[in-house]
Design a binder for this molecule. Structure first.
Ligand code: CA
Length: 336
């Protein structure tokens, strides 16, 4: 036996023993084969550079009680933003690097899942909520989004879910970025067009976003093609900035505090704004929230669920928009 073969044989034996004797939690990082597939999803990590400016935030509809009304003018600085919500593939890669960061749902041991996606066996071991369509599923985490008998292996292009505010912020920080404020998120979502209900215009279009069709919660008619989570590029770009899944699929965390309008702020629990709506929301608000660019909801920072994800931003100085720098950024970050 030559030296090379002998060395390879020893190496394989050592690797076998390492895998065999690793604690099961660590071993799960090595045995799924996901690492070999990750590169195929790099195109879902693209970003868009957005020049800061003034815009009108919110909607001019006094019937809204979520804080969208009254609208107001505000300025935001320039920033780079993810064109897609963070995918399972991207979060997997993060966790390979930050093995000591366990998400809120992993630490707590459970998370909220829409009951249609939970197997009967898992359902039997889970706890129903006040809203019967949400179930507290033990073992539901970002890597097992529908419970212990599920996996992300075949849905690496879908948004990561079951992440709380700190998980999302830690992920962004690890990439040298941060979570967006609500103002940055909405400014980007509008794609340079003020005053429109949706990022693409004034009329709802079924082929633009993954939301709910049919009587909720019993009849998920999924006329948009998707019953639950969809790949972040299942639909074309929703605005002129080339951003996908701004509305629908998953709510997205921001760092902006949320306050109920009619309650003394000092008496309110800590909540943060999430934007965009999810696969259980509707275009007209007949069930759950009305999908629109200005829509907002408050969540406890520890909250995790099957329909909440995020995307990241990176603020940049405005002088970077001088033509020379802009060309360089386009080469580096954009697919423009
Ligand atoms: Ca749908």
């Amino acid at each position: 036996m030559d030296r090379l073969r002998w060395r390879n044989m020893c190496l394989n034996t050592v690797m076998f023993l390492v895998v065999l004797y690793l604690p099961s939690k660590s071993r799960s990082h090595l045995i799924t084969g996901i690492d070999e597939m990750i590169d195929a999803y790099e195109h879902l990590n693209l970003v868009r550079t957005i020049k800061g400016g003034k815009f009108k935030m919110g909607i001019n509809d006094p019937r809204s009680d979520s804080g969208e009304y009254p609208p107001y003018n505000i300025a935001v600085g320039s920033f780079i933003i993810d064109r897609f919500p963070v995918t399972n593939a991207r979060f997997w890669k993060f966790r390979q690097k930050r093995t000591r960061h366990f998400t809120g749902s992993e630490i707590r041991g459970w998370s909220w899942v829409f009951r249609d996606f939970v197997s009967n066996e898992t359902l039997g071991k889970s706890t129903p909520s006040r809203d019967p369509w949400w179930v507290a599923v033990h073992g539901a985490t970002w890597r097992k989004p529908e419970g212990p008998d599920s996996t992300i292996k075949h849905i690496l292009d879908r948004p990561v879910v079951h992440v709380n505010l700190n998980d999302a912020a830690t992920f962004c920080h690890n990439e040298g970025k941060r979570l967006p404020t609500e103002q940055e998120w909405e400014y980007a979502a509008r794609g340079g067009k003020d005053g429109l209900t949706f990022p693409w215009g004034e009329a709802y279009k079924r082929n633009r976003a993954n939301i709910w069709q049919g009587p909720f919660p019993h009849s998920n008619e999924h006329r948009d093609g998707w019953k639950g989570l969809s790949p972040v590029d299942a639909f074309g770009p929703q605005n002129d900035y080339g951003m996908h899944d701004v509305l629908g699929n998953v709510w997205e965390w921001t760092t902006t505090r949320y306050y109920e309008r009619l309650i003394d702020r000092r008496l309110q629990e800590e909540m943060y704004v999430v934007k965009g709506g999810s696969y259980i929301d509707t275009f007209d608000g007949q069930y759950n929230h009305a999908i629109r660019t200005a829509q907002r909801m408050g969540l406890n920072p520890e909250y995790t669920a099957h329909n909440v994800g995020f995307r990241c931003v990176l603020p940049i100085p405005d002088e970077k928009f001088k033509e020379k720098s802009l060309r360089k950024m386009r080469r580096t970050h954009d697919e423009l």
